[in-house]
Design a protein around this ligand. Structure first.
Ligand code: AMP
Ligand code: MG
Length: 407
């Protein structure tokens, strides 16, 4: 553990993230695209900007159920000339003293310049006439043609990860197939002499390989195509061919072997293969020994091997790199704020990401007891991580703290 003075010189996680984003953005990697059906496009990154095929709305539309009329006709009693429903078109222009019953979403007829809500109208004479006691503003409750978007205007720019609202926009504009960025190829390499496959029964001194599976899931959730390499033993001979193979991918993520131990051979191995490191330590816990470098246009992450460290550092640093490689224009780290349900303390010096439960209303946060970054069961109980700043020691009940949602 570095001294307080040494800690001062280490990057905090925001700075380290900026370095990742700046470095990967400047690599000028080529993204290629593929066409997928709209039904398969959710979560993919749009490769070609989508523009409006026509004005939205394409004609003036009513925003309310009520009566279309000329504003100068009211207050007054008007003749109801008929009705116009969503899906109808009224050809004949409306005259002064006339009203047309109109439904939400229906085209406002020529001649009308206002809609009065049905709640403000009184029908007279078996529905032949309508009495309106208040004045109307020209334009009220009418969505002008092109008010939402004009033809050819930008609706969804390239580089956006498609959410449900984007899918609606693409459907609205008649796109049944969409050009999306091809998934980056991500190599995942777990290291460690103690690691055995999940189908094996580990001896007491061995542990099963959870990281390759977890990283594979994380990479998928970020839009990458994972390839899991065989686990590398802690020797130069075992590591080198697998590091080489990993560097042939768009991104290489390694777990374990980056700490200061005698058998932590990942960084020297990567250096020998021409990787240049941009940082080798971040002021976070778990995850302090995180290393990030590049060889040519390939970014490489050496993440510490305890699953808690691997999860947090993937989320903070590897995720934005993969998002950029996958064409996302602007990776973000969404942080919420929660209020402690009980007092909380930690040791100054490192920003800690600790497993926590956020209440169902999203307001309160509770720290989950955990035994350190190997405590996978505690991770599984959490639905979020509290983000305890390196320069604050104590929080009282009700104090706010930043919260990172679980990936
Ligand atoms: P290291 O970063 O190599 O020092 O590893 C730290 C700890 O993480 C080790 O003691 C292992 O118990 C654990 N670990 C390393 N790799 C994995 C893995 N692939 N799956 C689960 N735990 C791991
Ligand atoms: Mg190790």
């Amino acid at each position: 553990m570095p001294s307080a003075a040494q800690l001062e010189s280490i990057l905090n996680f925001e700075e380290a993230r900026r370095i990742v984003i700046g470095t990967v953005s400047s690599l000028r990697t080529q993204t290629s695209s593929e066409s997928v059906s709209l039904n398969d496009a959710y979560g993919r990154v749009l490769a070609e900007s989508a523009t409006a095929d026509r004005d939205y709305p394409a004609l003036r539309r009513s925003l309310r159920d009520g009566f279309a009329l000329k504003a100068i006709s009211v207050p007054g009693t008007l003749r109801i000339r008929g009705e116009v429903r969503a899906g109808d078109m009224q050809k004949q222009p409306l005259q002064e003293g006339e009203a047309l019953e109109i439904m939400t979403g229906a085209p406002v007829p020529d001649g009308a310049d206002a809609v009065v809500m049905v709640e403000h109208a009184i029908r007279l004479q078996d529905g032949a006439m309508v009495k309106i006691d208040r004045a109307a503003e020209p334009g009220q409750f009418i969505n002008a043609r092109g008010a939402e978007a004009t033809a050819e205007s930008m609706l969804v720019p390239a580089g956006v990860r498609l959410d449900a609202s984007h899918i609606a926009t693409l459907a609205m504009t008649g796109r049944s197939a969409v050009s999306v960025v091809r998934r980056p190829a991500v190599a995942i390499l777990a290291t460690g002499d103690e690691i055995v496959d999940i189908n094996e029964t580990p001896a007491p001194h061995q542990i099963r390989n959870s990281n390759s599976y977890m990283l594979s899931a994380l990479v998928r959730s970020t839009g990458g195509a994972p390839t899991v390499l065989p686990v590398a033993g802690d020797t130069k001979e075992a590591l080198e061919p697998l590091l080489k193979q990993g560097l042939e991918h768009d991104l290489l993520i390694i777990s374990g072997g980056v700490s200061a131990g005698k058998y932590d051979l990942v960084k020297p191995g990567l250096r020998d293969l021409g990787v240049q490191f941009r940082f080798e330590r971040v002021r976070v816990q778990p995850g302090q020994p995180t290393a990030f470098g590049t060889r040519g246009t390939t970014p490489v992450f050496g993440l510490p091997g305890n699953p808690g460290s691997t999860l947090i550092t993937y989320q903070l640093f590897a995720r934005p790199a993969l998002e950029l490689l996958g064409g996302v224009a602007d990776p973000i780290l969404p942080l919420l704020s929660g209020r402690f349900e009980a007092p909380f303390r930690h040791k100054l010096g490192l920003t800690r990401f600790l497993p926590a439960r956020l209440s169902s209303d999203g307001e309160h946060i509770r720290h989950i007891p955990w035994q350190g970054s190997s405590d996978v069961p505690a991770l599984a109980k959490a639905n979020a991580f509290l983000v305890a700043d390196h320069d604050r020691e104590a929080w009282e009940c009700g104090d706010a703290i930043r919260v990172m949602l679980k990936p």
